[in-house]
Design a protein around this ligand. Structure first.
Ligand code: G1P
Length: 277
């Protein structure tokens, strides 16, 4: 029912300079696998096999990652090293990959709108690959959200409680609890100061969006930081009662910052979740 997943991946990754000077931050590995591959695996597990990437200048490594490297294949063919490529080969086999470039960095809402030609007029998911979500005990976060979409047929944002001091790093939701893990959102605020935050329930980088979001983004003026915010466009849907916030099962690591990245690396290594245990 939902088959498409959009990955906004045009950002500069300034928190990881100089590592990200000529390399996309989405290619940073957690143990032995780049962040973007974790994201696409999560999408495929949820049944989303049409993958759209909104890239930018200096992001070609992303396209090369989801393509065959003939020289490499030739070199390791017939050796034990082939096993290391099993996962990525499967993604290349089972997914389609489409790309478009965001020419100017004008915010997450703008990035999603840039991906409109890759999506069309159907509901779709959005993954911010620097939020690594793991749920080894059960279905991944996107799979959980797709299941909820089946029930509610409206936009869904994944949320988690954050310390009050950190609200200024997130979109924060307000709403009415309709199930222990679901809030019907009435209002959302992009990166409020703690004193202005309506709650401590923060949106993380997983969304299911209904396609009317595109027209809403088009009508959304620049907001926080002078950027076009997806949170502001979602606010319109929330006013109509069409946004659910979902407390997902699993663990999320903020790999867009060094501390979260190191924590994720240690976790994946220690739990043996990476290929190299
Ligand atoms: C974006 C969104 C924000 C959301 C966050 C999740 O912010 O604008 O609402 O909470 O992603 O990671 P960014 O982290 O790109 O500044």
């Amino acid at each position: 029912m939902i088959e498409k997943c959009l990955f906004p991946a045009a950002g500069y990754g300034t928190r990881f300079l100089p590592a990200t000077k000529s390399m996309p931050k989405e290619m940073l590995p957690i143990v032995d696998k780049p962040l973007i591959q974790y994201g696409v695996e999560e999408a495929l597990e949820a049944g989303l096999h049409h993958i759209g990437l909104v890239t930018g200048r200096g992001k070609r490594a992303l396209e090369d990652h989801f393509d065959i490297s003939y020289e490499l294949e030739d070199q390791i063919s017939g050796t034990a090293k082939e096993a290391a490529l099993e996962g990525i080969r499967r993604l290349i086999r089972e997914c389609t990959f489409s790309y478009t470039r965001q020419i100017e960095m004008k915010g997450l809402g703008h990035a999603i709108l840039t991906g409109r030609p890759l999506i069309g007029d159907v509901p779709f998911a959005v993954v911010l690959a620097d939020d690594l979500c793991l749920n080894p005990e059960g279905p991944g976060v996107l799979a959980q959200m797709v299941e909820l979409y089946r029930q509610f047929r409206c936009s869904i944002v994944a949320v988690q409680d954050v310390p009050l001091a950190e609200t200024a790093s997130y979109g924060i939701v307000e709403g009415e609890v309709i199930r222990e893990d679901i809030v019907r959102v009435t209002r959302m605020v992009e990166k409020p100061k703690p004193e202005d935050a309506p709650s401590t329930l923060a949106i993380i980088g997983r969304y299911v969006l209904t396609p009317d979001i595109f027209d809403l983004i088009e009508g959304t003026p620049a907001g926080r930081n002078g950027e076009i915010q997806i949170t502001d466009a979602l606010n319109e849907q929330a006013r109509r009662g069409c946004v659910m916030a979902y407390r997902f099962k699993g663990r999320r690591f903020d790999c867009g910052a060094v501390a979260g990245y190191v924590e994720a690396t240690n976790h994946v290594y220690q739990q043996g979740l990476g290929r190299v245990a």
